[in-house]
Design a protein. Structure first.
Length: 241
């Protein structure tokens, strides 16, 4: 006899939680994610379909393979994975489990998913992350990103949370996780589909302004250092009236 697994037909897609690294395409026009385990070499978008990472010609998830997307039932279980050193720069994803899936004790292995909410953790300095900055690693055609506050982002290529949401598309929401700020702000959400008339929402404008101010401070520091060293090729004198 062939053992058959119980069949489920939910009225709406189940919800799951997972962690991933945010990535930005080389040309800066697309945003996505990479997994933290087997699927780390294959970036995926907000709405994506799984494929066998071993190149086998079967649909994911296959019962005799470990291919397919993976997630857990409990949010706290996914958050616990962010405590490890290798996953400190990852983000928390809330996903809708689509298509065929296999249910396990702690989660799902499934064929398709839609990322609904992205929760970005605090900066390494403990402040609330306002941007996703170049993390110093990547995949072919993709740059890895990490949550960074506006001050620590100075001099680094970065995108605001709102811009990342727009580039990712499909109405995904990007939420700033816990952290501390001089003004005592808490968390905040940046919806990908709610924007002002000029294309920028208030949270995104605040993040962009903070990022620009941090870059301006960095440039002023560099100019001050150059002024102290002096310019061998230049001439000093009184300004002409």
């Amino acid at each position: 006899m062939r053992l058959r697994l119980p069949s489920e037909r939910p009225t709406e897609p189940p919800t799951g939680y997972k962690i991933a690294h945010p990535v930005l395409s080389q040309d800066g026009t697309r945003a996505g994610f990479t997994g933290v385990s087997l699927g780390g070499a294959l970036p995926y978008g907000v709405v994506a379909e799984a494929a066998c990472v071993y190149g086998l010609r079967h649909r994911a998830p296959h019962r005799r393979c470990d291919c397919g997307f993976h997630c857990v039932h409990d949010r706290s279980a996914a958050e616990a994975l962010l405590c490890t050193a290798g996953h400190r720069g990852a983000v928390l994803l809330e996903v809708s489990v689509l298509g065929a899936y296999i249910r396990f004790e702690r989660g799902f292995r499934y064929a398709r998913q839609r990322v609904r909410v992205v929760t970005v953790g605090p900066c390494d300095c403990g402040a609330v992350a306002r941007v996703l900055a170049d993390a110093g690693w990547g995949r072919a055609g993709w740059r890895g990103l990490a949550p960074v506050c506006a001050v620590c982002a100075r001099g680094r290529a970065a995108v605001s949370l709102g811009r990342f949401a727009r580039l990712a598309g499909h109405g995904v929401r990007v939420v700033a996780g816990g952290g501390s700020t001089p003004g005592g702000e808490g968390t905040g959400a940046v919806p990908g589909g709610i924007e002002a008339a000029d294309g920028l929402g208030v949270p995104e404008l605040v993040a962009e302004a903070a990022l620009l101010q941090a870059r301006l401070d960095w440039f002023q520091t560099q100019l001050a250092r150059l002024g102290q060293r002096g310019d061998p090729g230049g001439q000093q004198g009184e300004p002409q009236g």
